[in-house]
Design a protein around this ligand. Structure first.
Ligand SMILES: NC(=O)c1ccc[n+]([C@@H]2O[C@H](COP(=O)([O-])OP(=O)(O)OC[C@H]3O[C@@H](n4cnc5c(N)ncnc54)[C@H](OP(=O)(O)O)[C@@H]3O)[C@@H](O)[C@H]2O)c1
Length: 443
């Protein structure tokens, strides 16, 4: 189907979802002052022609601008309506939602979405489908909320050879780690506080185990390196093993602990995409990103280093990013411009995590007796892992050893840990963190 063009300056929007993000977006589009300001800035009028929700019983808003007659539970019928130019998807989900994208794109409507889980899995195929039907697909809000990192990678840095993208892309885990750092509270208490304040879900698994960050890492890698990376291919660790003691040790050593999503080109066409709790030097710009904020640090051959920082979640900040996409799509339609040509993905080989090198932080609880240190350090040596520093902290009859290594392969470190677990003098192998060394990346 040919790309739809608006014959006047009115863009007709089907909104899928009227929750945190959907309602905030509807307010940005329909509240009279917002509507007027948007018209003044863009010369375009946006008219919401239908809003899909799962329940018509739920009370949404008492505001005059809220038109309850637009609500429908039939999203499938809404997305193929003739009077729809753009479908904005802010309802979430994958299996139920993918057919709605496909229907909308096949009928020539452009789609704007905030759905990282769906786009991390199906983004490439959907971009191709959009192009084949003369439609656009935009999803800025899917990564780092209001932070316009995808647009920077896609447009401003389109001629740049990006070498590495490192991001704090999950506000929940950053809030928890910041609280552990600044207040010295345990992981469980910090999580409870995040839940109390609405930063963490009742079931926090997607955030604290790094699944959410892995979806975003996949999207960032795909865009930064023009290749195909799915969330399942991202090596992922969460923050549940990080203790307040680790965070305090890291601070003493001059680092902040952050859950980083890292996507980088290694030699030639090799790529690594991973999500790991990482010690970031205090002087690094990512170290001072606190609370629920997000930031993405980009390194490129010509541009050097740059960082974008802002609110990574919340109804309004996310709606702001969705609105930016909507305006971009609408301007392009109004001009009668062609949609982006999806690039054929470059073939990049994902280097196995065991072959990625990094400096490491590791704690061991050991029996406080002579000869223990020699036994332990011998194991590191057997696997070629060289120790940069070691501190001993007394714990009654036990001692905690805190190691920071020089750069070593993940595989060598795993083998070291496996053998350390077998030593009788080692009571517990504690947290393993990657360490970004001062003045360089961590691979
Ligand atoms: N919230 C954030 O800070 C944030 C940040 C970045 C990205 N996102 C993404 O934005 C999307 C929306 O998030 P949200 O926080 O706004 O979610 P939410 O508050 O749970 O809202 C979801 C909305 O979708 C509707 N819905 C769900 N299933 C539906 C279906 N099958 N048919 C029709 N409507 C359906 C719900 O209807 P009812 O109201 O009737 O239940 C609700 O209005 C998600 O993909 C999320 O990952 C959110």
């Amino acid at each position: 189907m040919a790309r739809r063009t608006s014959d006047n300056s009115t863009i007709r929007v089907a909104l899928l979802g009227c929750g945190n993000v959907g309602l905030a977006l509807y307010e940005l589009l329909a509240e009279p002052q917002n509507k007027q300001a948007l018209f003044q800035r863009t010369g375009l009028t946006f008219e919401v022609v239908g809003i899909a929700v799962s329940s018509l019983k739920r009370k949404r808003s008492d505001a005059d601008w809220f038109d309850a007659s637009l609500l429908t539970t039939n999203a499938a019928a809404l997305v193929v309506r003739e009077d729809v130019d753009v479908v904005v998807e802010v309802m979430g989900g994958i299996d139920e939602t993918l057919p709605l994208f496909e229907k909308a794109l096949k009928s020539g409507s452009s789609v704007v979405s905030a759905n990282k889980a769906l786009l991390a899995r199906h983004g490439r195929a959907l971009a191709r489908l959009a192009f084949n039907h003369g439609a656009d697909l935009r999803y800025e809000a899917a990564v780092a909320g209001a932070v316009p990192i995808l647009r920077v990678l896609r447009d401003a840095l389109s001629g740049e050879q990006v070498t590495r993208v490192m991001g704090i892309v999950n506000g929940t885990t950053n809030f928890i780690l910041s609280l552990m750092d600044h207040e010295g509270v345990a992981y469980g208490d910090a999580l409870a506080e995040a839940q109390r304040l609405g930063y963490a879900e009742k079931d926090p698994t997607a955030d604290v185990e790094g699944y959410d960050a892995a979806s975003k890492a996949a999207i960032l890698a795909s865009l930064a390196f023009d290749c195909k990376v799915s969330a399942a291919e991202v090596s992922r660790e969460g923050i549940t093993q990080v203790s307040a003691e680790d965070v305090a040790f890291a601070r003493q050593l001059g680092y902040a602990v952050k859950l980083l999503a890292i996507a980088e080109v290694l030699e030639g066409t090799e790529l690594s995409v991973r999500v790991q709790p990482t010690m970031v030097p205090a002087a690094h710009p990512l170290a001072s990103v606190d609370g629920a904020f997000n930031a993405v640090f980009v390194e490129g051959e010509a541009c050097g280093e740059l960082m974008l920082y802002g609110r990574g979640a919340g109804g309004k900040p996310t709606a702001s990013a969705v609105l930016g996409d909507l305006v971009e799509v609408a301007r392009s339609m109004h001009r009668g411009g062609a949609p982006d040509v999806p690039l054929s993905p470059r073939t990049m080989v994902k280097r196995p995590i065991a072959q990625i090198s990094s400096a490491f932080y590791l704690t061991l609880d050991v029996a406080d007796q002579p000869g223990v240190l020699a036994k332990v350090t011998e194991v590191f040596g057997q696997h070629g892992v060289s120790i940069r520093s070691m501190e001993q902290v007394g714990l009654g009859d036990e001692a905690r050893l805190v190691f920071v290594t020089h750069r070593a392969l993940e595989g060598a470190m795993s083998a070291t840990i496996k053998q350390l677990r077998r030593l009788k003098v080692v009571d517990r192998v504690g947290t393993l963190l990657r360490v970004i060394e001062n003045g360089e990346g961590n691979s």
